[in-house]
Write a protein that binds this ligand. Structure first.
Ligand code: ZN
Length: 62
């Protein structure tokens, strides 16, 4: 599983998501950014920032 924690991008946010594929993690993360952080325009560099912070879950819990 792949994991993204919003707190790595938005300090203090506890939201996180996990999915089998990076594309799904990015999709959910963008949705969260819109709803929780008021990002109505998702800039390309935000997607890059999310991608850069996705990691393998087993690196976290191993
Ligand atoms: Zn957040």
């Amino acid at each position: 599983m792949r994991l993204f924690e919003c707190g790595t991008l938005v300090p203090g946010c506890e939201w996180h998501t996990r999915a089998d594929e990076d594309a799904e993690v990015v999709r959910r993360s963008v949705e969260h950014m819109r709803q929780a952080h008021g990002e109505t325009i998702i800039r390309e560099n935000m997607v890059e920032n999310i991608k850069a912070r996705i990691r393998d879950e087993n690196q976290v819990e191993a």
